[in-house]
Design a protein around this ligand. Structure first.
Ligand code: SF4
Length: 426
């Protein structure tokens, strides 16, 4: 591994980084200390994170060809950070039926997708059998596609509607063909902050119970953290330490995805709940936090994703030199960050992701959901045949968009009575 020059860093920072480079575990307080560095200390943090990335995952930068299907934005919850959801009576509440979901899956597979990511609001039109029926329909139509679906919040909702323990509900989904769970609904695993961010949201303990149950059933999950809202650096670092503890117990996390909070359209921001002095994380803070994630988790969760939907492809490229090794997915229909005002588009073509990898001095690799190589690429684009998705990338309108969908009469959610179990969950 390239030696990291720590000579310009302060003694405290140099000591923490030397320990991280030696494979020591940094605790939450130590992680928070590194998450407050500036100047030469910050440069050393970034260099050490980059060195750990090189040691643990080498010089490839990965991406997955996938499609998001957020099949409804109608939701019985009202998480204050969420700009995606609508109440069911809203003219902008939509619901994609099974035929449309399957059509989107088949189209994605025909364009080279190996994964579909299915997550949605907690719609009153969902019943205890919806998630299993959907899983079976998708796997029937595309048996080889990896179904990465249903957030812990949806699992809790579905299990309650089915009147089943979470474990049994998850086992049914696994047997129906569910491949993995998104480790979303985590935001920040600190109940005091969660109560301000999203009262009524799945609690930290519930999130952990669902994640552990999935891992025990052999269903891997991603892990996530949303930063840059109401949390402190210590809360962030504690969240990372908690994920590390779970990973050491179960080994079930495939990656960690730091998600920079998009505030523009979030109710939290619109209602002034972020405070008068709120400012979104600066570029330096975003880079620094990704580096801290690498320094705290590299040995346990070696894949750290740079989320282009949150920070844009240009900054995501820069993050590849600050501890990240993955660029996430092509997505095709990104809705969550788009609805929050991110403005980075709904689709990244495979070619754009390969270009980003090369711009960071890495070799691009298409991976599957579980980080198994699908295809390795060389240092230049020469002799590279395009993915089918490259050919249609410029015509993203053909896939539909969130802003068009919320105005389409054909997919209007309509009003339905809330089942008893959903009322308890609301
Ligand atoms: S984050 Fe999920 S559960 Fe919360 S309001 Fe948005 S769609 Fe609903």
């Amino acid at each position: 591994m390239t030696a990291v020059d720590l000579s310009l860093a302060s003694p405290r920072t140099a000591d923490l980084l030397a320990r991280a480079l030696d494979g020591d575990t940094l605790d939450a307080e130590e992680g928070a200390t590194l998450d407050a560095t500036t100047g030469a200390d910050l440069d050393a943090v970034i260099a050490a994170a980059d060195a750990l990335r090189a040691r643990h995952v080498g010089d490839v930068a990965t991406y997955v060809t996938n499609r998001n299907i957020n099949f409804t934005n109608a939701c019985v919850k009202a998480c204050r950070f969420c700009a995606f959801s609508r109440v069911q009576r809203s003219d902008e509440a939509y619901f994609l039926d099974e035929d449309e979901i399957v059509r989107r899956v088949e189209e994605a597979v025909s364009l080279g997708a190996t994964e579909v990511c299915v997550q949605a609001g907690l719609s009153p039109r969902v019943d205890g059998g919806t998630y299993e029926r959907l899983t079976r329909a998708i796997k029937r139509a595309a048996p080889r596609v990896h179904l990465h679906a249903f957030s812990p919040e949806e699992i809790k909702f579905g299990a309650a509607l089915a009147g089943e323990p979470v474990r049994d509900f998850l086992a049914r989904l696994r047997d129906a063909g569910l491949g993995s769970l998104p480790g979303t609904s985590a935001e920040i695993l600190d109940d005091a902050v969660r109560d301000r961010l999203a009262p009524g949201r799945v609690t930290t303990d519930e999130w952990l119970e669902i994640i552990r149950a999935a891992h025990a059933l052999g269903v891997p999950t991603t892990s996530t953290i949303m930063f840059g809202h109401l949390e402190s650096p210590l809360a962030r670092a504690r969240h990372l330490a908690l994920l590390r503890r779970v990973q050491r117990e179960t080994g079930g996390f495939t990656e960690i995805v730091p998600l920079s909070f998009v505030h523009e359209e979030a109710p939290l921001f619109a209602r002034g709940l972020l405070g008068d002095g709120y400012r979104p994380p600066s570029t330096d803070e975003i880079v620094r936090f990704h580096a801290v994630v690498r320094l705290m988790l590299s040995r346990d969760i070696p894949h750290v994703q740079a989320s282009w939907v949150k920070v844009g492809l240009s900054l995501a490229t820069r993050l590849l030199s600050a501890g990240c090794d993955d660029l996430g997915g092509t997505l095709i229909n990104e809705s969550i960050s788009t609805s929050a005002g991110a403005g980075h588009g709904q689709l990244a073509t495979p070619r754009e992701l390969r270009e980003a990898a090369r711009a960071a001095g890495r070799l691009p690799r298409e991976r599957d959901t579980l980080y198994r190589p699908v295809r390795d690429f060389g240092p230049t684009e020469r002799d590279e045949d395009a993915s089918p998705l490259d050919a249609v990338g410029a015509d993203a309108a053909r896939f539909g968009s969130f802003h068009a969908l919320i105005h389409e009469e054909a997919h209007r959610h309509g009003r339905v009575a809330l089942p008893q179990a959903a009322r308890r969950n609301a």
